[in-house]
Design a protein around this ligand. Structure first.
Ligand SMILES: O=C(O)CCC(=O)C(=O)O
Length: 308
């Protein structure tokens, strides 16, 4: 009897994984639209059904203007458009988690980013958030879905919600999202953020980005995370937007089109940030385990956005 070491691949498996790797690289370029279109074509009529659901959402002139700005520039400030009481509920949850930081960071499951602490692990059941959690309610605001949906010309899919506490990394080299990158979760990715602490200056590690038009030259780059030198060899520093703003500032960024980085926290500062991630369905990669579990009444739109 022959035994196969699990760590050693057969030639067929090696070819398959080389093919997947190649596809993964290709999908990060504009050629990925071919893959996306092919996947979408396997679900005839699905987009029209999603658009019918999108059209059930209310409209407002200021949401349409925000959507147009998102399309043109790749970002929009939505602080004046969000529901203040939902924002406050997110802030309350965030602050209550930070008050228990030592206890929660001991239990952290996602440990790879030393400058990020995930504080929501205890709110998950089998990896899923209850749909009445304030973080989910914030992401489901009709105005935000309308702004992102009108930009995508499709009903967005809510992929995840996240609370991150960024802390100083002392003298360690910059890594992960502290370096310039585009998000490649899918071809269209929008993130809705709220600052839950004041970001007063560069030392607070602001979310920093280059709007979509000047970010264009990085779209087909195969390098995933880039240093300042690499970026500023191609684009003028004056294109950079550093989001220095008080707590409860909320903004949407198309992180697949706008080169971005953040969390470069200095000295004794910390930064607390809420993020909701939306993609345009159907997802390019296999669907992960459900991230949301129904709790309380849900509208058709909400069910469709969370695939429940
Ligand atoms: O920590 C930051 O400000 C950057 C976050 C980021 O890169 C992201 O959410 O994709």
């Amino acid at each position: 009897m022959t035994t196969i070491d699990a760590g050693v691949q057969t030639p067929k498996k090696r070819k398959q994984s080389q093919f997947r790797r190649l596809l993964w690289h290709v999908n990060r370029t504009d050629l990925g639209w071919v893959t996306k279109t092919a996947i979408a074509s396997m679900q005839p009529g699905a987009r029209a059904r999603r658009r019918a659901v999108l059209n059930k959402l209310p409209t407002a002139p200021e949401w349409s203007a925000a959507s147009r700005q998102l399309d043109q520039d790749g970002y929009v400030d939505v602080t004046s458009l969000v529901d203040r009481s939902l924002a406050q509920a997110v802030l309350d949850v965030g602050q209550s988690k930070v008050a228990r930081l030592d206890e929660l960071s001991g239990k952290q499951q996602q440990g790879h980013k030393s400058f990020w602490v995930s504080l929501l692990d205890e709110d998950l059941v089998n990896g899923a958030f209850a749909t009445d959690h304030p973080f989910v309610r914030y992401a489901l605001q009709p105005g935000m879905l309308r702004i992102i949906g009108d930009y995508m010309h499709d009903l967005p899919q809510l992929s995840d919600v996240l609370l991150t506490l960024s802390r100083p990394t002392e003298n360690k080299a910059l890594s992960y999202s502290q370096l310039w990158h585009l998000d490649h979760d899918d071809k269209r990715v929008c993130k809705l953020f709220i600052y839950l602490t004041d970001v007063r200056d560069t030392a607070d590690g602001p979310f920093t980005f280059i709007p979509a038009p000047p970010s264009r030259s990085f779209r087909n780059t195969l390098k995933s995370h880039m240093s300042d030198d690499t970026v500023f060899a191609k684009v003028d520093r004056s294109a950079v937007k550093e989001l220095v703003a008080p707590r409860l500032t909320s903004f949407i960024v198309n992180t697949a089109r706008c080169l971005h980085m953040g969390s470069r926290i200095l000295s004794d500062r910390t930064r607390l940030l809420y993020t909701a991630t939306y993609i345009q369905p159907p997802r390019m990669y296999p669907e992960p385990a459900p991230r949301f579990r129904a709790s309380g009444p849900l509208s058709d739109v909400e069910r469709a956005v969370m695939r429940l």
